[in-house]
Design a protein around this ligand. Structure first.
Ligand code: 5GP
Length: 193
């Protein structure tokens, strides 16, 4: 997605050869016009799939997920992160290892909002090693709902997440695919790759 790649080049900050900071338009300050375009692009790629729910994770997945939900006309559920969970049986729970914090936490969604008739689209801001996406998929599967695919705003293609998800049979649609962050430079995967 051209506008997104331009924004990454102009406002993204390469923190290391593993981490890209996009606090100027996605992770802290949010560019609503760009997010609307992101939502339209996800909707275009996943239309005609009968999606009934979008599932994301707080906090940074919410903005793109909301915009996709608006375009597709479906509700958005964001999994909540809990430090410690009191035992409640009205929640589906899964453990996720955080790429940015390097700690494990539990995420959960209410059983009320998803069931076996749902066709769910997972959306997140970044794809690194795939832990967050797989935890969201796990929640959807606990509800016996169908996973239609995974929509990612920024994929770091040099990390293992994409291959892992594809190997497991999931469709992955990433709007920007970063090939490398080496030497402080963002390099994108060419269209044909
Ligand atoms: P994964 O679970 O795929 O290893 O990592 C994805 C999650 O970690 C995303 O939800 C995102 O919040 C965070 N993340 C991974 N890589 C980056 C990065 O380079 N920059 C930022 N800002 N967040 C990242």
């Amino acid at each position: 997605m051209q506008a997104l790649e331009q924004k990454i080049l102009s406002e993204g900050i390469v923190l290391s050869d593993q981490v890209l900071k996009v606090d100027a338009f996605l992770n802290h300050q949010i560019d609503p016009v760009l997010m609307q375009q992101v939502g339209k692009e996800f909707a275009e790629r996943f239309k005609d799939q009968g999606i009934t729910k979008i599932i994301t994770i707080e906090a940074s997945g919410i903005a793109p997920a909301i915009m996709a939900g608006l375009e597709l006309g479906v509700p958005v559920i964001f999994a909540r992160k809990y430090q410690s969970l009191t035992l409640k049986d009205d929640l589906y729970r899964s453990k996720v290892f955080s790429f940015t914090k390097q700690t494990e936490s539990t995420i959960a969604i209410s059983k009320k909002h998803i069931n076996q008739n749902d066709k769910a689209l997972v959306i997140d801001d970044f794809l690194a090693n795939g832990h967050a996406a797989l935890a969201l998929i796990d929640l959807i599967q606990q509800a016996q709902a169908e996973v239609i695919g995974v929509g990612i705003v920024i994929e770091k293609s040099f990390q293992s997440g994409r291959d892992l998800l594809i190997e497991k049979g999931y469709r992955v649609e990433s709007l920007a695919r970063v090939k490398s962050l080496a030497n402080g430079q963002v390099e994108f995967v060419a269209e044909a790759e």
